[in-house]
Design a protein around this ligand. Structure first.
Ligand SMILES: NC(=O)c1ccc[n+]([C@@H]2O[C@H](COP(=O)([O-])OP(=O)(O)OC[C@H]3O[C@@H](n4cnc5c(N)ncnc54)[C@H](O)[C@@H]3O)[C@@H](O)[C@H]2O)c1
Length: 302
């Protein structure tokens, strides 16, 4: 299928990045969010991300100008998806919400449109089995921050057609991304492995085996991870990580049982950079700032 227009539903951390990537790939891009302020913030974030990309020499000025002209917004889902060949949802990780959206996609999207979810853990069939277009449903798992991160996990269900997979692979290529193909399973590849590493790091911290700083340092310098597990969980959000572990624990079993220290931090409101405190503390002025291009891991942690 020849994709010309991409609709992105949900303009939060991921949706705005996906819209950036879609416009970068030369697609007419329609962005929608239930919250008008979030939508406006997303558009200015995208503009800034392109400016930063140009300033860093990652994006050519002509590409940036063309991409920015390809972005528009819509004030409701039906309008956003009407002309779209590919719809990517990036609303919060709640099954009911995704279920509701896929029902709307099925009703209002144009014939032949592909429905993709950016879920980071849920089984795609849990919310796509409601649609009559199951062969055109797929997972497209992007990574944060999208402008910088190269990977998309392309998750195919038992019903996803080869044509849908091929179309998404081509879209990913034009977005400048690399694809790995995964048969649907909770947590795919990355979320599943990362959840275990992060949980184990909390077990070690709780047992007093090493400090958070030294655990992070060990994984960076000894195992060549670009960020330590605590730096990463502070970026992702401890609540997000806990939800994922709870889900993997329910679906995949005991080895994913969330660590109790992680649960306690979440109960105490230590959610990571977004609340100014997670495993580490962050100066207030930096807590809300999220950059589209390379951040320096843990730089602000003290
Ligand atoms: N944050 C990450 O690092 C990350 C990485 C990969 C995948 N994901 C996945 O991406 C999805 C979105 O995560 P996020 O971090 O961007 O969340 P977010 O909370 O930053 O953004 C979600 C956005 O969706 C909007 N929204 C809520 N209901 C809506 C609706 N019915 N219609 C339109 N917009 C609606 C919200 O207003 C918000 O702006 C989740 O499924 C998450 O698991 C997140």
């Amino acid at each position: 299928m020849n994709v010309k227009t991409i609709a992105v539903i949900g303009a939060g951390t991921m949706g705005r990045g996906i819209a950036y990537a879609a416009a970068f790939g030369g697609y007419a891009t329609v962005l929608e969010d239930i919250s008008r302020p979030r939508l406006e913030q997303a558009v200015s974030w995208i503009r800034k991300a392109f400016e930063e990309g140009v300033a860093r020499g990652k994006v050519e000025t002509a590409v940036s100008d063309k991409a920015l002209a390809l972005i528009s917004t819509a004030s409701n889902v039906e309008d956003a998806i009407r002309e779209a060949d590919l719809i990517i949802e990036a609303v919060p990780e709640e099954l009911e919400m995704k279920l509701e959206l896929f029902t709307i996609f099925d009703k209002f999207a144009k014939t032949g449109a592909i429905f993709a979810s950016n879920t980071s853990s849920l089984s795609i069939t849990d919310f796509t089995d409601v649609t009559v277009s199951r062969d055109r449903c797929v997972g497209m798992h992007f990574f944060n921050p999208v402008p910088k991160m190269k990977l998309i996990e392309l998750v195919r269900t038992p019903h996803t057609s080869d044509e849908t997979v091929a179309t998404c692979q081509e879209v990913a290529r034009r977005m400048g991304k690399e694809v790995v193909l995964v048969n649907e399973a909770p947590g795919f590849i990355t979320t599943r492995i990362n959840a275990l590493i992060g949980n184990e790091a909390f077990h070690m911290l709780e047992a007093g085996i090493a400090s958070a700083r030294d655990i992070d340092k060990a994984l960076k310098l000894g195992l060549n991870h670009p960020m330590g597990p605590f730096e990463l969980v502070d970026l992702v959000g401890l609540d997000v990580r806990l939800n994922i572990l709870d889900y993997l624990h329910r679906t995949l079993g005991e080895k994913y049982r969330p660590n109790s220290l992680l649960r306690r931090y979440v109960q105490e409101g230590r959610l990571g950079r977004k609340t100014g405190r997670g495993v580490y503390n962050y100066p207030e002025e930096n807590a809300a700032e999220e950059k589209a291009w390379p951040y320096e891991a843990g730089k602000n942690a003290r």
